[in-house]
Design a protein around this ligand. Structure first.
Ligand SMILES: [Zn+2]
Length: 119
């Protein structure tokens, strides 16, 4: 398993392995969070939330919850507002120390405008 966590350790994430690519999106929210997303499904990720809990931010068409730790504020993952085992769960690879030494290719996604990858 590859493990990630927020800064204070309240939110723990684990995945079987890192994906081959990651997404850096320039939409209004991702650009502000500076997140680098790894896309999984809910059934692929173990999310463990400690006693401090998490809060979610949901905007626009209200399909995605951006989840952050209540203690340290790190944006750890996003989830669908209509959960199901096959629904997308994106982890923020910035929470995963192994990501920085990995071969994961970062792709730039134009979420602000065309909704296309820019590479
Ligand atoms: Zn935290």
């Amino acid at each position: 398993m590859v493990k990630g966590s927020c800064h204070c350790g309240n939110v723990q994430l684990s995945v079987q392995k890192l994906t081959e690519t990651a997404t850096k999106c320039n939409c209004s929210i991702c650009s502000r969070y500076a997140a680098i997303w790894g896309y999984f499904t809910e059934s692929d990720v173990v999310v463990s939330v400690g006693s401090k809990g998490i809060s979610a931010y949901c905007h626009g068409d209200k399909t995605i919850n951006f989840n952050r730790c209540n203690e340290c504020g790190c944006v750890t993952h996003y989830t669908s507002t209509t959960p199901s085992p096959g629904a997308r769960l994106a982890v923020n690879y910035r929470m995963f120390p192994d990501f920085f030494n990995s071969q994961v290719k970062i792709r730039r996604f134009d979420g602000a405008d065309t909704w296309q990858y820019l590479d």
